[in-house]
Design a protein around this ligand. Structure first.
Ligand code: UD1
Length: 425
């Protein structure tokens, strides 16, 4: 297994281009299942999770081509053609690798009247059930059974629109039901829907395919079902989590980095928090420059969008470990998302956990250590810690990083980081 070796202590200085958003690209790919005409997606990131979704959709019978763009800089172009879907089972072997696989459920039931999808099971950041996805599909008229670790869903006569009120915000459940409702008979209202930019983007792509979704960007999505969807050309938006992660890396190292091809408007809350912590952030429509003369402690709580994203909690903590003063970081979305804390402490951080909050007391220095990546965003927090630590840090289990960060070591190296990938440890 590859590892990443970092010699810390150098400020990041330069420019980095942000890639397409993983969490937008994955649901967009599953939306192809709703149509028998091709869906063409631009700016697809080069990530392990995209390859996993490609493998899943191909085994359903979707034909997928991925091509490098002419400019060689932006993301790849994908064409997904679901005309020949001949298998509605999503097997355990693929679903266990990536929870987002469950997003095939809504589109398959809506278009084929049936689906058999492995239950995703637990993961490093909590139990993460899919009960809201299943209840919502039942409300749309599907019959759901659980059998030998699989979700069996049937709707031989198609789905019917319904009013669905989510008891709490779920990105995945909103996306699954939004897609399913596009082909249901009648009107569906999704209340307390997730407002994450990736949900908004999915709704816009569905409308480009011929769906009738309104209320986009609000917490109530109204979907008038249509008979069928057609083709569309859609560009994956820039990755706001990659943008935030690199901004925090720049700030933590006291650097000066401009992130190109970004969408700062999707990160208002994040940049506000970073500003309170001492970062100087200059935003233009498609780029953001981050500098940070000194870091001071602040309090942060994760919340559904437009609040501070849980997917940047670990990276923010890494930025704050050397702050002047203390910070309180509260995780309100996932029950077990502090796996990075013991690893950061091994590097010299002073962090105490109290239930869903972490008290981070700033320390003067971190020292390099051999650490273990536990999940995607936790891995990035260890990279940030490695960049500021004295001496050498080795991060094992790098496959977590490869799931969601494209060419990370190359991007950081162009800004002066001493970082390399070591093959096969
Ligand atoms: C998505 C993102 C993930 C991000 C998360 C929260 C993708 C591919 N992944 O994950 O990076 O961290 O949103 O912003 O877009 N829950 C239930 N029952 C359900 C569904 C969810 O209890 O049926 C709970 C989860 O366990 C969690 C909370 O709801 O505690 C929010 O999860 P959700 O928004 O659904 O996250 P994902 O869509 O899985």
């Amino acid at each position: 297994m590859d590892s990443i070796r970092i010699k810390g202590g150098r400020p990041l200085v330069g420019e980095i281009r942000v890639g397409g958003a993983k969490n937008a690209a994955l649901p967009l790919m599953t939306a192809a299942l709703l149509s028998d005409e091709p869906l063409i997606l631009a700016n697809m990131p080069r990530l392990a999770d995209i390859e996993t979704m490609k493998a899943l959709l191909e085994q359903h019978g979707v034909t997928i081509t991925l091509e490098e763009p002419e400019d060689g800089v932006s993301g790849r172009n994908a064409t997904l053609d679901a005309r020949g879907v001949n298998n509605t089972t999503a097997p355990y072997d693929i679903v266990r690798k990536m929870r987002a696989s469950v997003l095939v459920l809504g589109p398959l039931v809506a278009r084929h009247g049936q689906a058999r999808v492995s239950l995703p099971g637990g993961c490093a950041i909590g139990t993460r059930p899919v009960d809201l996805h299943l209840k919502g599909l039942e409300q749309l008229g599907a019959e759901i059974e659980l059998d030998q670790g699989y979700i069996l869903a049937h709707a031989p006569n198609g789905l019917t629109g319904a009013d669905i009120v989510f008891p709490f915000v779920s990105v995945g459940a909103t996306e699954n039901l939004l897609m399913a409702a596009c082909l249901a008979q009648g009107t569906t209202r999704l209340k307390n829907a997730a407002r994450e930019p990736e949900v908004t983007d999915l709704a816009e792509c569905l409308n480009a395919m011929g769906a009738r979704v309104s209320g986009i960007g609000t917490d109530t999505l109204v979907i008038e079902g249509v008979e069928s969807l057609g083709t569309a050309n859609h560009a994956v938006p820039p990755d706001r989590i990659e943008t935030g992660s690199l901004a925090m890396a720049a700030a933590a190292t006291g650097g000066d980095v401009t992130l190109l091809g970004a969408r700062p408007d999707m990160l208002e809350q994040v940049f506000r928090a970073m500003g309170q912590a001492g970062a100087v952030i200059d935003c233009e429509a498609d780029r953001v420059r981050v500098r940070c003369p000194r870091v001071v402690g602040i309090d942060v709580m994760t919340e559904p969008y437009p609040g501070f994203p849980t997917d940047l909690q670990a990276q923010m903590m890494a930025m704050l470990v050397r702050a002047e003063g203390a910070s309180m970081i509260t995780e309100s979305i996932f029950e077990n998302r502090f796996m990075h804390v013991p690893e950061l402490c091994r590097m010299g951080a002073n962090i105490n956990l109290h239930s869903r909050s972490a008290m981070v007391r700033g320390v003067a220095r971190l020292t390099g250590a051999e650490v273990m990546a536990t999940d995607l965003r936790a891995s990035m927090s260890l990279v940030i810690a490695g960049l500021v630590a004295e001496g050498e840090t080795v991060i094992n289990r790098v496959y977590h990083l490869d799931r969601g960060y494209e060419r990370l070591e190359r991007k950081l190296a162009t800004c002066g980081a001493d970082i390399e990938r070591v093959a096969g440890r």
